[in-house]
Design a protein around this ligand. Structure first.
Ligand code: NAP
Length: 294
């Protein structure tokens, strides 16, 4: 199988590239800047339609796994960035979808819990009505709709992604080493997704015929950000005290965050995919990796 991985230098894209190659797929990473050592990569900006066409026509992928996105959620709110956010999170997905459709390739589009803006505490099903609160969330929702222009597509929404990049876990570890206490919000609830575990699911999704929307995060209990931070400190052996605060008390951020990020992952089993491992186990694997390489 030939798999094109966009955003291949990103936190998730790297893992997808590595795992797909491990499984024997012929992989090509699409990067905007530096390539990924050890992997074939093509350099192109996702917003450059001609380059995308050239790369896909040369490589002829069976599947494209789109891990590229504008992911700086607060910066996305700045009026001067909106056009660029929209170009990569929405317009470029449309281009990819049309290219995939024309070339008979399958499109796997990675999306986010930020397409929801709910304050209830029910689990969110893939078919529930989206209600994004932020520019990032709105642009990703448009990206989902654009992906559907390729009939053979699957949207995989995930939440609280962490891996070998800048993310909540790394921030907590860095701050935990220098602070006796940390204020962390306790009214945003969800489940983390570990990039290598999610990468495996994305490749399963690329190989399977299932169409539509899936929700994917690691299994285990839903937790608040504060409870997640407490578990990070506990597993890392840090004594930092986590002080739970409300989002309002924490102070304003440019982009409003969803309070409810409880993505129901029952759809994975129903669609014949394996559920991801418990996030507490994923966290311990990540911390072991950090200890060795971080
Ligand atoms: N991080 C989270 O907590 C989270 C949660 C839910 C869903 N997601 C979704 O998961 C996916 C992967 O996220 P991530 O954390 O791996 O993101 P990331 O580390 O920020 O990686 C995104 C990648 O996209 C590339 N990219 C951005 N604009 C581009 C353009 N115009 N042309 C080509 N490449 C471009 C970036 O390239 P450069 O390296 O050159 O910047 C980067 O490599 C995204 O779809 C995101 O929306 C993330």
């Amino acid at each position: 199988m030939r798999i094109l991985v966009t955003g291949a230098a990103g936190q998730l894209g790297r893992e997808v590239l590595e795992k797909a190659a491990d499984r024997g797929a012929e992989v090509l990473g699409l990067v905007r800047g530096e390539g990924v050592p050890g992997f074939a990569c093509a350099r192109a900006d996702l917003t450059d339609e001609r380059s995308l066409q050239r790369v896909t026509e040369d490589f002829r992928p069976d599947a494209v796994i789109n891990c590229a996105a504008w992911t700086a959620v607060d910066a996305a709110e700045a009026p001067e960035n909106r056009e660029a956010v929209w170009a990569v999170n929405s317009t470029a997905v449309k281009t990819l979808a049309l290219l995939c459709r024309a070339q008979g390739a399958r499109l796997i589009q990675v999306s986010t819990d930020y397409v929801f803006g709910r304050t209830d505490d029910a689990e969110i099903l893939p078919e529930d009505e989206p209600s994004p609160l932020s520019v990032y969330g709105k642009s990703k929702l448009e990206g989902e709709r654009a992906a559907a222009l390729c009939e053979n597509h699957c949207v995989v929404r995930t939440s609280w992604l962490f891996g070998k990049g800048d993310n909540f876990v790394r921030t907590m570890l860095r701050l935990g080493r220098t602070h006796a206490s940390l204020r962390v919000v306790s009214d945003q609830t969800g489940r983390p997704a570990y990039a290598p575990d999610l990468a495996a699911l994305l490749i399963d999704a690329a190989e399977a015929p299932r169409r539509g929307v899936l929700h994917a995060a690691n299994e285990g209990p839903f937790v608040s950000r504060a409870a997640f931070a407490q578990e990070i400190m506990r597993q890392a052996g840090l004594k930092t005290q986590i002080i739970p605060v409300t989002t309002a008390a924490y102070g304003p951020a440019a982009a409003e965050r969803p309070a409810n990020s409880r993505l129901s992952t029952d759809c994975l089993e129903q669609a014949g995919f394996s559920r991801l491992p418990d996030w507490r186990d994923a966290l311990s694997r990540y911390l072991a990796w950090e200890k060795e390489n971080g």
